[in-house]
Design a protein around this ligand. Structure first.
Ligand SMILES: [Zn+2]
Length: 168
């Protein structure tokens, strides 16, 4: 996958620069043109409200097929929804979300719908990966990496093991 580099210029060029309203949020026209809501291969559960089932997610059209393949591969890897749930890989932490990286002025890849978070509770921002603590399964990391996605667990400044993004 020819994903863009992880910097604002490359992200703007590949995923399209935001058109902003006076309040600094993206315009409805930008969101309509640059986002798509797609069904997911297995039902997700909202990580911060376990009573909410998530059957569709909103992402960038350029990542839609890839994220669908990733989730299908996660389901295939575990073999059943029960097994996916045992591994906590149904716990959805969000995809499109117009926001900046916390502690930074940079826009997050979530702001283009090109980042996705899984099992945030066990993979808190800033905590280095530790399989013994039940953090992100490396098999799932490999599934994302096979689609060219970058794992936040490899971030040098601050690991973000819940996070995957479609960048180099
Ligand atoms: Zn994230």
């Amino acid at each position: 996958m020819p994903w863009p580099a992880d910097n604002q210029t490359a992200l703007d060029a590949f995923y399209t620069k935001h058109q902003l309203r006076p309040d600094g949020r993206p315009t409805v026209a930008w969101e309509r043109a640059q986002l798509v809501t797609i069904p997911v291969p297995y039902p997700l559960t909202l990580a911060w409200d376990l009573s909410v089932q998530v059957r569709r997610i909103t992402c960038h059209p350029l990542v839609a097929d890839s994220v669908t393949r990733v989730l299908a591969a996660i389901l295939a890897h575990y073999g059943s929804l029960d097994a996916v749930r045992s591994a906590r890989m149904h716990l959805y932490g969000g995809c499109y979300n117009f926001r900046r990286i916390s502690g930074s002025g940079r826009l997050s890849t979530h702001a283009w719908g090109a980042g996705i978070d899984i099992d945030p509770d066990r993979n808190p921002l800033g905590t280095p990966h530790s399989p013994e603590l039940g953090m992100m399964p490396l098999e799932v990391v490999a599934i994302f990496q096979a689609e060219g996605w970058k794992w936040g667990g490899t971030f040098q400044t601050r690991p973000d093991c819940m996070h995957f993004q479609a960048t180099t």
